[in-house]
Write a protein that binds this ligand. Sequence first.
Ligand code: GLC
Ligand code: CA
Length: 558
Amino acid sequence: MSTNWWKSSVIYQVYPQSFKDSNGDGIGDLAGLTEKLPYIKKLGADVIWLNPIYESPLVDNGYDISDYYKINPVYGSLDDFQSLLTTAHDLNIKIIMDLVVNHTSDRHFWFQQSCQSKTNQYADFYIWKDPLPDGSAPTNWGSTFGGSAWEYVASRNQYYLHLFAKEQPDLNWENPVVRHEIYKMMRHWLASGIDGFRMDVISLISKYQDFPNADKNAVYSKSYYVGASNGPRVHEFLQEMNQEVLSQYDCMTVGETPNTNSAQALLYTDPGRHELNMVFQFDHMHLDYGKYGKFSDIRFKMSDLRDTMTEWQQSLDKGWNSLYWSNHDQPRAVTRFGHDREYRIESAKMLATLLHMMKGTPYIYQGEELAMRNVAFNSMAQYKDIETLSVYENFKRIGLDDEYINKSIYLKSRDNARTPMPWDATEKSGFTTGEPWIDFSPDNGIINAEACLADSNSVFYHYQKLIEIRKKYPVVIDGEYQLINENDSDVYGYVRVLNDEVMIVICSFTENKINYILPAWLANSQAALLLSNYPDSPKTLEPKVEMRPYEALIYYKS
Ligand code: GLC
Ligand code: CA
């Protein structure tokens, strides 16, 4: 029943609590988003991915769901949701929802029941294990947000597994009743008119049933990967889900797949296998990991980025890529991969160009189209995110110095992406009339939507043009990807080819002026300029391209 509309779509990610507040309580909501749909339409996005809006105690900002069928009242009512959906559909914008089914909240009815007895009908909804003979946890796995991945419950004299916070117990996918409850819930939302799902940490749902201990030297917070990522039944579960639910609707799916390489990603996305349409890969997010994992002060190397992106472009030939620089779990792209001072505008446009001309479905995270950069908060008290707070505690405990702690948090905190959307330069940024749930970025006076919309050279309009190009030239969707030069240390150039159509994309990652020499097969192609991030780039592709700081060029010939 499904068509491939998701291949030619561009997806805009909305983090609801930080997008637009309609009632002055400082928290973004569904009515606020509905009001701002014309903005997303103007950008040209086809689909909105909405982070979780279900009932939740918000220990992990909604990734801890206590009722899958209810909307968290801070975001509005079911009516507000239906009216969001209708208004979006009227504008030809689809909506996909977050599906968080590796775990629930500890306040979910299932978990409350499961804690009470080893024999009731919910007893096996979660992953319970007896203590080791000395009373300790069943394995040495650490949880993502710190401490052991196991929590003891006296009423059962057992431990339950939580790969994330202890308030996020993992569901037991081995139990068919659990799986069918999930499928029922998915059908409910699809029947209400949504257009698909982004599936939270879906590569973790199937656990190795021998629950192997991790190597003592493994990074503690991710040591559960040995027993929980790409587990023995994950493909079987997704094929079952596909058959029971997804295949019956014209919907799209994107799985978030931590610890998944490109060969495994192909298994998830090969259409012949009937699992998912695409997955979020993490390899390019790991290029600046250091000794302590994500929270490092390392800068990525462009050549590593080019190698990684190229590998994924090429290996998912039969499958499909999702393309992203940032999301609610990552810092701001222009700080991380571009230059967020003198060349903020140029480098933001360059990054957009590089990504949007690749093969796959691009995702734009709210504020990326304004080239928002990381937020320099003055004190730890301004951070809200459970990951940042637990990293801070862990780093303090192991005695890292403050300078390193502050720098790595500034560079990597998820809160960089979670400050309220700056709609205008007024005191409350046009986001709320009250007190925002998290502080505004101090940049809002200069970096905001109103200013971008008023400037025809803004990053916003560059994204708009990229989206138009994707719609106009089939080569962007279906063309083959080829690297131009695998050795250049500053320039990332690639070509897309489809029959007679050739698109040439050349992007500089340096603030120096440099010459980029084209190989013979491109040098005299006579391709014409389609888009660049400087006003006066050469109209025809020259054999020796003089690249200015962070210059990005798209040439085309058919
Ligand atoms: C995913 C979400 C992240 C959340 C985690 C646990 O990685 O994107 O925000 O904390 O899963 O649900
Ligand atoms: Ca509100």
